[in-house]
Design a protein around this ligand. Structure first.
Ligand SMILES: [Zn+2]
Length: 399
């Protein structure tokens, strides 16, 4: 089966994950794709299996000593943000920058979707405007499957190769049950998103802050000198945070504090923030600011008017990778060997690879040729997807 047919087959399987579910995987339907992958891997002659949590693993045994063991990982779920039911992919051959009519109501062009400029002259896959495409991350899966087929049929000299397909990445749980006792790679790559040649080895340090404000309610008619409105405490707190650490003013390596939720009344108000920065020291300083403001206000009002709970979410994989940069260097060299430019882009979010890196499996991310993720405007360059397979084949030569 060629890589395009694989991709088209995978996106037709609905694998949307669900953050409100407590089960693993969060939606049983993700196992539909897991089963297909196990079957296809077995047809390639591999000893593939799905575990009780819906993770799929396989190993291609080494053909030569002296190579490192390397792993490739892609996630099976699609984002809960946009429907993934009844995806109807459409291929446009030799795209020339024209307006693409997705359906009666929706169209896109390089002006509204600037990433289309990266795929001029390519064959691309688009949606029918009613769902996402699911190139995030079925492009990654198709790349790894096609790579596995190439390795098995052409049998180049290589070390042990591990393959892993995970559920629930989109809801931040993809690394939760990842089996590192089985997956004994020296390092691995997630193959997930962005232009071909993209190498991500930095992501945010991330935590969340729950701030609770306790007021003192009083009939407003007789409130003088007695009322403390918790909502005003919340305004006061928020206004003391640095103004320009607002995501609306940030990009690249800028960090931010994002007010993601608020609710309240006179007696009790809650603010919920997420705190992000690539730089660990600056990240800790942002958290420190939250604590100082809390202390200041409690001191000012003379009782525990503000309560603060900060919880770490994930850390920058760079903190792990910087000690041994082999995985990143190999990916850069493989990309250049093929005459493709590489792009080092810091991720303004987290990845399963970040968590895996801290669990002991260094794991940068490589691009797939997919764009406009979590959107009805999602699209994939078939040319770039095929180039990504070549990069993986080059990597196993170099490690
Ligand atoms: Zn993804």
């Amino acid at each position: 089966m060629d890589i395009v047919s694989r991709f088209i087959n995978y996106v037709k399987v609905d694998t949307q994950s669900d953050a409100n579910s407590k089960t693993i995987p969060s939606t049983v339907k993700q196992k539909d794709l897991a089963k297909i992958l196990v079957k296809e891997l077995k047809e390639l002659g591999l000893n593939a299996f799905m575990d009780e949590y819906g993770y799929v693993y396989a190993k291609i045994d080494k053909t030569k000593d002296g190579h490192k063991a390397v792993g490739f990982i892609a996630h099976m779920d699609t984002s809960p943000d946009v429907s993934g039911t009844n995806v109807k992919p459409r291929i446009i051959k030799n795209y020339q920058g024209e307006v693409i009519k997705l359906n009666q109501d929706l169209s896109m062009c390089p002006k509204t979707s600037p990433d289309l400029n990266y795929v001029i002259g390519d064959d691309i896959v688009v949606t029918d405007g009613n769902t996402l495409l699911g190139a995030d991350n079925k492009a990654g899966i198709a790349i790894i499957m096609d790579f596995a087929k190439e390795v098995i049929t052409k049998n180049p000299p290589h070390g042990d190769i591990y393959l892993g397909f995970t559920p629930d990445e989109e809801i931040g749980r993809g690394a939760d049950k990842f089996n590192l006792d089985y997956f004994k790679a020296d390092f691995a790559y997630t193959i997930d998103g962005g232009c071909v040649g993209v190498i991500n080895f930095e992501n945010f340090n991330a935590s969340s802050a729950k701030v609770t404000f306790i007021g003192k309610s009083m009939h407003p008619g007789s409130a003088k000198g007695k009322l403390i409105n918790s909502q005003h405490l919340a305004f006061e707190f928020h206004n003391m945070l640095p103004k320009f650490l607002n995501p609306a003013f940030t990009e690249g390596y800028d960090g931010f504090n994002h007010l993601s939720e608020m609710s309240g009344n006179v007696e009790l108000t809650h603010l919920h923030y997420i705190i992000r920065n690539h730089n660990y020291n600056l990240f800790k300083f942002q958290e420190e600011k939250f604590k100082r403001i809390k202390d200041y206000l409690n001191n000012k009002y003379g009782y525990e008017a503000v309560k603060l709970e900060i919880k770490e979410s994930y850390l920058n994989m760079y903190e792990v990778l910087k000690d041994d940069f082999t995985s990143v260097e190999v990916a850069k060299k493989a990309t250049l060997n093929l005459g493709i430019n590489y792009y080092e882009i810091p991720i303004r979010g987290g990845t399963d690879g970040a968590r895996l890196s801290f669990m002991g499996l260094p794991c940068p991310n490589l691009g797939t040729g997919g764009f406009n993720f979590h959107s009805r405007f999602e699209f994939l360059s078939i040319n770039q997807m095929k180039q990504s397979v070549l990069i993986l084949l080059e990597i196993i030569k170099l490690v």
